[in-house]
Design a binder for this molecule. Structure first.
Ligand code: AMP
Length: 539
């Protein structure tokens, strides 16, 4: 016998309906290619989402069809999130920083029927247009019809297209397990793999992420997602806005411009901002140089890569912010663990011990289970010392990649590819990606710990550590530095800076300077490229 409760379907449509009814006047502020400052309400957005749904129907887009976006964070992208997903189609967000060959691969793999793109991505799409055989319409997100002049019938512009459609749509009753969003992994090795999210996964993820011990978002918050809407649903923030009624600030293509971010935060009264450390690093430099204090910004959500300690200290101590360090993946919608909670007994620890704890990636939010295993598949103890392969499971974790029945989860757990340590309080710490691990004399060296220690030096802008083949120890660490200014630190200066911060035998054997450390399309250091560059390196 089943329980006797309603079988209410957890769909994005239910979030949209709630937003429309309960939070219709909440503001969304955007920067777009055709607006320096655009203001609208959630109600406006949902009316235009209905126009999008009518437009898709007119183009014969059916339930489950993929409709792509190549776009920055703004109100139109949000209209597409809801208009596509709630009409039963799948909103496929494409990362415009990918190489055109990868964009080509992804569009074809997903069989995208329509692509909505920002003006600045016209050239990118034009370069591969002939190969995008599944696409029947390219719709540019602007009111300026001149941008598609002479491009042929397949091309049109958004405002003209949706403008001719009704703001009412008979939203279909969807199953909570139907797909609604699709995002490909950044794919540093091999082709990117698609993760197709269900309505249910995203609703449950949103509920978990807004909770007090997670992002802690409420009606009176003003949220700036610096994380792009083309990367894992902007960590779910567009759904959180409709669910909670917070104000949204969307910085368009200016997401990495610290001057614009600083202005937006102050002018709009942003209380929570979310993004990767690279952006917070740029913002910190700007704030320091211009002696700016962001008094309204109370919470900084940081994820994607580890938060370097010096940045953590700066925002916590100088800007008086709570740093919410989060870990997750495209395959996890993305939220897995979060760290801004200090259990009562931890508040009695000394400052250094508390800080060490805060730097970890945190405890799993309810809904996510963690498991640590060694290479033989045996459980690794949660003792704060032993490291292992991190596995996860939960209702918003991928079960099967899109179009890839050959890649399977084993025994109901997803292998994250991260190596981590979990302490007796359940706090998880990432020590490496399994592909980046350095094995020296049979023992693991954490490249992340060395990088974090090195990045606290004022002359260092970025630091990456890779393993290089060594005749005696199998591998030894090579430190690669991108300078902050002109000064090159000597080997002695580097080792003196690292002494006491890392184990003695982890000390890098050599340093190399590069003009720029290569980054992946999602803002992580591209270790694979570095390993290729230094493939024949000898100490
Ligand atoms: P992506 O799917 O592109 O979002 O990348 C997910 C990967 O980013 C994870 O498997 C981790 O290796 C890394 N990652 C995400 N958040 C963090 C974090 N807070 N600290 C360290 N690494 C992180």
């Amino acid at each position: 016998m089943l329980g006797s409760m309603m079988n209410y379907q957890l769909t994005l449509t239910s979030i949209m309906k709630h937003g429309k009814q309960i939070n219709p006047h909440k503001e969304v502020v955007s920067i777009t290619s055709d607006h320096d400052e655009h203001r609208c309400t959630l109600s406006d957005i949902f009316e235009r989402s209905a126009q999008v749904a009518n437009l898709l129907k007119a183009h014969d887009i059916k339930k489950g069809d993929r409709v792509a976006t190549l776009a920055w964070n703004d109100f139109r992208h949000m209209e597409l999130y809801y208009g596509i997903g709630c009409s039963g189609a799948v909103c496929h967000t494409i990362n415009p920083r990918l190489h055109p060959d990868q964009v080509n691969f992804i569009v074809n793999d997903a069989s995208d029927q329509v692509i909505f793109l920002d003006v600045m991505f016209i050239d990118l799409v034009k370069a591969v247009e002939a190969e995008l055989t599944s696409v029947k319409k390219f719709i540019v997100l602007t009111s300026d019809a001149s941008v598609v002049e002479g491009f042929g019938e397949k091309w049109s512009t958004y405002e003209a297209d949706i403008g001719s459609h009704s703001t009412e749509f008979n939203w279909p009753e969807l199953d909570e397990n139907d797909p609604c969003q699709l995002c490909y992994t950044s794919g540093t090795t091999g082709n990117p793999k698609g993760v197709q999210y269900s309505h249910r996964a995203l609703v449950l993820h949103t509920m978990a992420a807004i909770a007090p011990d997670a992002f802690s978002i409420g009606k009176n918050d003003c949220v700036l997602p610096v994380v792009p809407m083309f990367h894992v649903n902007a960590w779910g923030i567009p759904y959180m806005a409709a669910m909670t009624g917070c104000k949204l600030v969307l910085a368009g293509s200016k997401v990495a411009d610290p001057k614009v971010l600083s202005r937006l935060i102050q002018d709009e009264g942003v209380t929570l901002a979310a993004g990767v450390p690279t952006v917070w690093n740029l913002l910190a430099q700007h704030l320091q140089e211009n002696k700016i204090s962001l008094t309204c910004l109370k919470k900084l959500v940081v994820g994607g890569t580890a938060m370097p300690p010096h940045l953590f200290r700066y925002f916590q101590d100088e800007q008086d912010m709570a740093i919410i360090h989060a870990w997750g993946m495209t395959e996890m919608s993305p939220l897995g663990t979060i760290n801004h909670i200090q259990a009562k007994e931890m508040l009695e620890w000394d400052d250094e011990a508390q800080f060490e704890q805060k730097l970890k990636q945190g405890v799993p939010v309810y809904g996510i289970e963690l498991k640590l295993i060694n290479d033989d598949g045996q459980d690794v103890a949660w003792d704060g010392k032993a490291s292992g392969n991190l596995l996860v499971r939960g209702p918003w974790v991928v079960d099967q990649y899109f179009n890839r029945p050959d890649v399977k989860n084993e025994n109901g757990w997803f292998d994250t590819g991260d190596i981590s340590i979990i302490d007796e309080h359940g706090y998880m710490k990432i020590t490496d990606r399994s592909k980046d691990v350095i094995k020296s004399g049979g023992e693991w060296i954490s490249s992340v710990d060395i990088e974090n220690a090195m990045m606290s030096h004022p002359e260092v802008s970025l630091a990456a550590v890779i393993g290089v083949v060594h005749p005696k120890w199998d591998e030894r660490p090579l430190l690669i530095i991108e300078r902050h200014g002109d000064k090159e630190l000597s080997y002695a200066e580097v080792t003196s800076h690292l002494t006491g911060k890392i184990a003695k035998w982890w000390m890098p054997d050599a340093i190399e300077y590069v003009d720029q450390i290569p980054m992946t399309a999602t803002g992580k250091m591209h270790k694979l490229k570095l390993r290729e560059t230094f493939t024949d390196y000898s100490f």
